[in-house]
Structures are given as C-alpha cells and as structure tokens.
Design a protein around this ligand. Structure first.
Ligand code: SF4
Length: 354
C-alpha cells in the first residue's frame, strides 16, 4: 500500500458520526454522509464511482481525499453440500477466507478477523501460517458485503441475503478487539446492513479479558472453543490455556451477561484418542455446570500437515448421549465443505501474499 493511499482515511471503517464530521470538513451538506454510509454498508458498493446519486464533483473529491477498502474475490470454491469458500485478496496482497453456509432457514457466513493467527492451536491449519496482521474494520465488514453481492448476483433476494454471521474464520477475533467491535457496530447499524445482535456470534479460543470486554461493550453472542477437559490437555492443544486456565475461563463465562436467556456455545473438536473418552465427556459436563450452555460437537477434519485423527460418527453419538444424559443441550455440527477445506480448522489461505 503506498504512503499516499494509507494517508487517506478508509471511509468504510468510519462510524456514521465520524463520517458526518468528514463530510462536514469537505463543506458538504450533512445528508450526504447518510447517502455515503448507505452505499458502503447497505448497497455493497465497491467504489465511489458507483454512488450515482452523489454529485460527480463530490465523487471526484472523495477519490482524492479518501479511500474505500475493497476485497477482491480471488477464488470461490463450491462444495457438494452448497457451502462456498471464498478466498479474498486484500489491497496489500494478503489472502483471507470466509465460508458461506446455506441452510433452509438461515444463510450464515463464517468471517475472518486476522491474516493468520497468533494463538497456535495444535490442531488448526490457520495456526500453521503464524500471525501476519489484524484485519481492519473495513476488511472485516467487506467480507460480508462481497458475499452479499455475490449471492444477489446469483439470484438471492437482496441487498442482504446473509442472515447470520459467525466470527470463527481465520484469526482470534478477541485478539483484534477494537477493530472487531467497530465492525460489529457497523454491521448492526440500521442505516447499514442492520444485523440483529442475536444473529452475530463471536468465537474465542479463550482470551479472558476479551470475553469480559465483549460482554460489557457489545450484545453479541459468545462461543468458546473448549476442546479439552483438563488444564494439562488444553495447554497442549491450545497455548492460550497457559495464560488462562479452565477455572478462569469458565468463571468469565459464568459472568458473561445471559441476555434474554441466551446460551454460550462451547465448541468441542473431537480428536481421536486425545480428548474423546467417556471420562472427557463426563468432565465436560461437570465443567459447564451452572452455565446456560450449548455444546457443539465437531468431528475433526483431518489434514495432511497435522497429526490428529478424526472420530467416527458412532463415537460422536456415544459422546453426545453421555452429555445429553447429564442434561446438556448438544448439537453435532454437520461437517460442511469438507471437500473444499472449508470446514472448521481448515482455513489457511492456501495462496500467500507474494
Ligand atoms: S483454532 Fe482459531 S484461535 Fe486457534 S489457531 Fe486456529 S484460528 Fe487461531
């Protein structure tokens, strides 16, 4: 990115209030800021030139004084189950991925928050990239807008076919808290895409200070990637557990505001011979006792680079039955997009910046 480009503010990252101040500085009438905001966040615009109800002179000045973060769809891979994995190219040449998962009653996008990830979870392909950088608020929301535009072009009713967003793509969203929060605010804005906080879920590997802030500063739902039932096991699988052991993590979950009786989702990736015993199931039930919890059991998606193995369906059902027997709500996530490496833990932006 050139110096000249980076000096200009990215209007896609600005709140409506900040945009109003920017428009005022340009000497324009206040209603222009709302028009601009709608083009960026409701109509999925990629460039100022598309904003046809803004005067040509204003569009030209915007080109000179500001910029609009845009992602290029580099690749869209369609799975036999309807899942689509999008690989986006950022303006500085990095690659990130988002996964679209259509269902009868909802259209969900799994959104990335960073290029790579610093958390180093042993079973995760993204971890093998290491941490490259945080995504900006503009880059986070742009994943949603580009996919909306693709779906509208494919015939879905627009301008916002997506109904649900889960922040569990590449990266640890709470490690990029400020940009994530700004993106969440833009996504919930009524002059923007107007997502309900009930349809936004942020998933974390267990960054306790981030969980506290998420509960205090937003209204979105929380998912915790748990994956182990003892501290020793969790430290091996997820280095974040060295900083935040299970007792501290679960105490933060107990304090998380249960708005309208909402449950916290605990994701549990089942790894054969590692965390899939019936003792694990019993310990898992004990750990989440007293929390309004939903457990999401995920059979591991094997990849050639990593040593872990998956469990068979019968075993998942046995594990599930043990949890249900202890009074827990359990969902077994369908393994979406396995054939295109779009399933949980399989995102790694196969092509790197170059
Ligand atoms: S599982 Fe999530 S937090 Fe852990 S390394 Fe992968 S992307 Fe990062």
């Amino acid at each position: 990115m050139s110096q000249q480009t980076s000096d200009r503010p990215d209007l896609r990252a600005l709140s409506l209030k900040a945009l109003e101040a920017f428009v005022r500085e340009l000497g324009e009438r206040p209603f222009r800021s709302k028009q601009l905001f709608r083009w960026m966040h409701q109509n999925n615009a990629r460039a100022f030139g598309e904003m046809t109800d803004l005067p040509k002179g204003l569009r030209e000045r915007l080109e000179q004084r500001a910029r609009l973060t845009t992602l290029e769809v580099d690749l869209a891979q369609r799975s036999s189950d309807g899942t689509v994995k999008y690989r986006f190219r950022t303006e500085d040449g990095a690659f990130i991925e988002s996964v679209y998962m259509p269902e009868e009653d909802r259209q969900t996008l799994c959104v990335s928050s960073q290029v790579g990830c610093a958390m180093g979870c042993a079973f995760c392909r993204t971890a093998t990239m290491g941490f490259v950088r945080h995504l900006t608020p503009g880059e986070i929301v742009e994943q949603v807008y580009r996919v909306n535009a693709e779906l509208v072009a494919a015939g879905l009713p627009g301008p916002r076919p997506l109904t649900n967003l889960v922040f569990m793509g590449m990266g640890e969203p709470l490690h990029n808290f400020d940009n994530l929060k700004q993106a969440l605010e833009l996504l919930q804005h009524e002059s923007g895409p107007n997502f309900s906080h009930r349809h936004l879920t942020v998933s974390t590997s267990g960054l306790v200070p981030g969980i506290e802030r998420l509960g205090a500063e937003t209204e979105v739902k929380l998912a915790v990637s748990l994956n182990a039932t003892t501290d020793e096991q969790r430290r091996e699988l997820m280095p974040v557990a060295k900083r935040h052991p299970l007792a501290e993590l679960l105490a933060a979950c107990r304090r998380f505001p249960a708005r309208q009786g909402r449950a916290i989702t605990f994701e549990y990736v089942m790894l054969r011979g590692v965390n899939d015993s019936m003792d694990d199931a019993r310990r898992l039930a004990d750990l989440v006792q007293g929390i309004r919890a939903k457990v999401n059991l995920i059979a591991y998606n094997e990849s050639a680079e990593l040593p872990f193995r998956s469990v068979d369906e019968g075993h998942v059902q046995q594990f599930r039955a043990c949890l249900v027997g202890r009074g827990l709500t359990v969902v077994t996530r369908k393994n979406r997009g396995r054939d295109i490496l779009a399933a949980c833990g399989q995102l790694a932006g196969a092509k790197r910046a170059g």
